[in-house]
Design a protein around this ligand. Structure first.
Ligand code: SAH
Ligand code: SF4
Ligand code: F3S
Length: 435
């Protein structure tokens, strides 16, 4: 065997793609070592996102750029993975002759075989849905950052009227309990102190455990028994799967961090219905109230779509009212983007300038709430999991329990848990001094 070839992966989209990219690198570790320079790579993989039109467009422009690299380096192979590959892989191959390989999100265990075919001059495509794509991967031992993602559930059966995920990621599947526990134990051995459990609907987790089926709350409590693991988080959740045992875990499992991303999309019942969300605004707020009763300092995050087809000013105001009522610590908001093949794509769109104006108003409100949440931390104690050196000398950066970035003047190694006094708030982060 010659020297290992070089692999460059560019990741777009959600955290699950970040996790998948790591596992793709592991799947190809037999012949490739990672590089962060596209211009020295022998294989470039784009791990793509299809959620909004802009996300998908980026991929085509990137392929245009990469094509030029290929002119100078005929041995370079270019592959497309992720949700755009799943949604329109065959079409992409037609449109872009530079693509040698297309692999859908459920087929990454086939990468070595697909790579070999692409190397041999074939254009290889695989977008079937296979079971548990990572079950077969051995994975190498390696040194790790203190925080890691771990996918426990994938796919979605909810079919919100605007969303491509049920089509690109397929039906909801949970990984068996034993696989998750093994992978978590190994991560901790390799230096991980905080694990974020991932799933498109992570709180719908229902993993097999022998003859039993276990919930996400059960899984979290089992993971919390791993001695070296200090913190557990999970994302993304759907309101309708926010079970009582999970709410209870927020109240009494100390390793479960007081932060929750719980998207609602809209505060208008009329729009929620047209979105096929299957819950009302009041039901969502009721869940938040129960969560806060269990864990008063819980910091809430959410996702919002403005300008969904037929959204009126009154509907939009209901969203603002809901935001006022919930008071988010941070949130994401998007202008509606029609996605081919989804039910909402058939409907009449809100005028672009109206949607832009609503997005600005919503984002101004969310930014005010985020700033207030950061400022409310000043003068309080926080525990920071140190991740890496900060921008200035002598400074380290880590995350608080509430997922705030905290800059600390301290000589603490990554992976250290540090108690600090929060001394200041900036627009997106905090400053702290060790206690
Ligand atoms: N499974 C997660 C997240 C899915 S995608 C969930 O259900 O919450 C992340 C976010 O992108 C969504 O919550 C939604 O706010 C946004 N999104 C999805 N489809 C969109 C579309 N067609 N246009 C604009 N935003 C969209
Ligand atoms: Fe998309 Fe809705 Fe499923 Fe979330 S719950 S992934 S928004 S279909
Ligand atoms: Fe994008 Fe696919 Fe994630 S569409 S948001 S990469 S599940």
């Amino acid at each position: 065997m010659g020297a290992p070839k070089k692999l460059f992966i560019k990741t777009y989209g959600c955290q699950m793609n970040v996790y998948d990219s790591e596992r793709m690198a592991e799947a190809l570790a037999g012949g490739y070592e990672p590089t962060d320079r596209a211009d020295e790579a022998d294989l470039i993989l784009l791990n793509t996102c299809h959620i909004r039109e802009k996300a998908a467009e980026k991929v085509y422009s990137e392929i245009g750029r990469l094509k030029r690299l290929k002119d100078d380096r005929p041995d370079l192979r270019i592959g497309v993975a992720g949700c755009v590959a799943q949604a329109e892989g065959a079409l992409m191959m037609e449109r872009a002759p530079a693509i040698d390989l297309v692999v859908g999100p459920q087929s990454y265990h086939r990468l070595p075989e697909l790579e070999a075919r692409a190397r041999a001059g074939e254009r290889a495509l695989h977008t079937e849905f296979d079971e548990d794509k990572f079950a077969a991967l051995p994975g190498r031992r390696r040194k790790r950052a203190p925080t890691a993602f771990l996918t426990v559930q994938e796919g979605c059966d909810k079919f919100c009227a605007f969303c491509v995920v049920p089509y690109t990621r397929g039906a909801e599947v949970s990984r068996p309990v034993a696989r998750v526990l093994d992978e978590a134990a190994r991560m901790v051995d390799e230096g991980v102190r905080e694990i974020t459990l991932l799933g498109q609907n992570v709180n719908a987790y229902h993993g097999a455990d022998g003859a039993e089926t276990r919930s996400l709350a059960w899984l979290i409590r089992r993971l919390a028994e791993i001695p070296g693991l200090a913190r557990i988080r999970y994302t993304t959740s759907h309101p309708n799967d926010m079970a009582q045992d999970l709410i209870d875990a927020h109240g009494d499992e100390p390793k479960l961090m007081p932060y929750l991303h719980l998207p609602v999309q809209s505060g208008s019942d009329r729009i929620l219905k047209r979105m096929n969300r299957k819950h009302t605004a009041a039901q969502y707020v009721g869940i938040i109230d129960r969560l806060r009763a269990a864990r008063p300092d819980l910091l809430l995050s959410g996702d919002f779509i403005v300008g969904f087809p037929e959204e009126t000013e009154e509907d939009f105001r209901a969203t603002l009212d809901l935001v006022e009522r919930v008071n988010y610590g941070q949130a994401y908001s998007f202008k509606y983007s029609a996605r081919p093949g989804t039910p909402a794509a058939e409907r009449e769109e809100v005028a672009a300038d109206v949607a832009d104006d609503r997005l600005q108003r919503l984002q101004a409100l969310l930014a005010r709430q985020q700033r207030a949440a950061l400022e409310a931390m000043v003068g309080r104690e926080a525990e920071v999991l140190i991740e890496k050196p900060g921008r200035e000398a002598g400074q380290m950066v880590g995350k608080s329990e509430h997922l705030h970035a905290v800059h600390v003047e301290a000589d603490a190694a990554p992976g250290t848990l540090l108690r600090v006094l929060v001394t200041g708030a900036a627009p997106h982060s905090l400053a702290g001094r060790p206690l």
